[in-house]
Ligand binder design. Structure first.
Ligand code: AMP
Length: 472
């Protein structure tokens, strides 16, 4: 079905053709005609489904058709997003789609000077993409007026609630005219989100794509049981052994992310971190290096990574399992984009097993258990020795939590180092914990990956202490 069949005007179809998009995605097919009628919409969809175009394209068409001139310090369409990265990405997309429509697009989010925000909106802007906190600052300082908004989009509403933006959202909505079109997108629809949607929407059409279980099914998932202290060596080993194009590594905390990057660097593996303590230029640089493939490992917290759209992520490592099961679905959804397949590997320590259970309940599937790589203990020692030689002893891990995020549901247990007795093979068996789905009984599937890579794709040596990569 061509885009024109959805009722989109020629300048938009041209902009889509310029991007090389020929067919609408399911969410575009289902929402665009409804939105062109001016109806409110409740969209249940994740990033990666094409939802940005689904809400931007018909909005542009409506703004053009209404043919109103935007007044200074006003805007006509407001898109609220939970993170700077997502806001910046939506704005980039909107600029591309609006290129033949002469509408202006601007962003307002933290990490940039408020004076720049002020200048950007001073002459009025057609489409404004903002994060809630900074938007309120800009409005309260009198630089922006929201009384002439024609279209409101709330993107990633579940994430906004997780980040504690509920009061900010309600405050913003009170500043808007009652007569407007409202579009509400969320990847998940727990009762709290449904309630919020009911408050903001009037007789909405509902469009739902990619139920959580479907996303999870497209990704080749596995879990490796290990001790917390073994995770760094395990990650280093897998990164060296596996045919990785781009890998996202998720940690629960900001300090955890920095630590993983530092320790990977100690083993000659280039990685960067993206989280809330990084400045906006640092975050943008890390993302650009990752997108270009120059630094193929990005270590991220959930909040920073949410909404990031990077194609070609071949692997997602859950260095720590999230305590909110929906986060797992979001994380693994960073791979297997646009129908591609991807691999998601979770490291699960003893105290994280309840989190794994919650995840399996949510996705309605068991995550196959895989053994530690062959010869794990000996290689882990070698990796540690190499690192200590390069950067000295490991920094002690610190616990922190992103602002506004839910506290861990369960107290963190202290880990005892695993007894080093027994053969590696026996330890592999132990690690599989009697679960089903291991690729080969008694042998690590990643050992096979290692052999495949060494033999087949020739992307550098695997094996203990090998695997030359650029240093961070
Ligand atoms: P989103 O879910 O909005 O983050 O979009 C995911 C990715 O799909 C982005 O890179 C879009 O540019 C891309 N995309 C959106 N619509 C289409 C389409 N109809 N055909 C191909 N790619 C698309």
């Amino acid at each position: 079905m061509p885009f024109s069949a959805l009722g989109l005007a020629e300048p938009l179809v041209r902009a889509l053709a310029a991007k090389g998009y020929n067919e609408p995605t399911p969410i575009q097919r289902d929402s665009i005609p409804t939105l062109l009628e001016g109806r409110d919409l409740l969209g249940i969809a994740q990033t990666g489904t094409g939802k940005t175009a689904a809400f931007v394209l018909p909005s542009i068409q409506q703004l053009v058709a209404a043919n109103k001139r935007v007044l200074p310090t006003h805007c006509r369409m407001l898109v609220l997003a939970p993170t700077r990265e997502l806001a910046s990405q939506i704005a980039d997309n909107a600029r591309g789609y609006a290129q033949f429509s002469k509408l202006s697009v601007a962003t307002v989010f933290g990490g940039t000077s408020i004076n720049k925000n002020r200048t950007d909106v001073a002459r009025g802007v057609d489409i404004l993409v903002a994060t809630p906190g900074r938007l309120i600052d800009v409005v309260e300082q009198g630089y922006l007026n929201l009384s002439m908004i024609e279209i409101l989009v709330l993107d990633e509403a579940d994430q906004m609630l997780d980040l504690g933006f509920i009061h900010a959202l309600k405050k913003i909505v009170r500043m808007l005219p009652r007569k407007r079109q409202t579009l509400f997108f969320s990847a998940t629809m727990p009762p709290s989100i449904r309630q919020l949607a009911d408050q903001f929407l009037t007789d909405p059409a509902t469009v739902s794509v990619v139920p959580q279980s479907t996303t999870a099914e497209r990704v080749d998932q596995s879990v490796i049981f290990c001790n917390q202290q073994e995770k760094q060596a395990l990650l280093t080993m897998l990164v060296k052994d596996m045919p990785i194009d781009r890998a996202l590594v998720f940690t629960r905390t900001k300090h955890g992310a920095d630590r993983v990057v530092k320790l990977l660097a100690g083993n000659g593996i280039a990685a960067s971190a993206i989280h809330g303590n990084k400045s906006q230029p640092q975050r943008e640089r890390a993302l650009a290096l990752f997108k270009s493939g120059e630094v193929p490992i990005l270590v991220a917290t959930d909040i920073a990574a949410r909404g990031i759209d990077v194609s070609g992520v071949s692997h997602v490592f859950n260095f720590e399992l999230p305590n909110v099961p929906e986060q797992y679905v979001h994380r693994i959804g960073r791979t297997a984009r646009a129908g591609a397949s991807g691999e998601a590997i979770a490291f699960c320590a003893e105290d994280e097993r309840p989190y794994l259970k919650d995840i399996e309940k949510l996705t309605r599937q068991k995550v196959p258990v895989v053994a530690l790589p062959e010869d794990f203990l000996r290689r882990a020692e070698a990796i540690k020795a190499e690192r200590v030689k390069a950067i000295g002893a490991d920094p002690a891990p610190r616990e922190d939590r992103p602002r506004g995020a839910r506290p861990p549901a369960r107290p963190k247990a202290t880990h005892q180092p695993r007894a080093t007795g027994g053969t590696p093979q026996a330890r592999g068996q132990q690690a599989r914990g009697g679960g089903s789905g291991s690729s080969q009984p008694g042998e690590s599937r990643y050992a096979n990956a290692s052999r495949r890579r060494r033999g087949g794709r020739g992307r550098g040596a695997g094996g203990s202490g090998g695997g030359a990569r650029p240093t961070a």
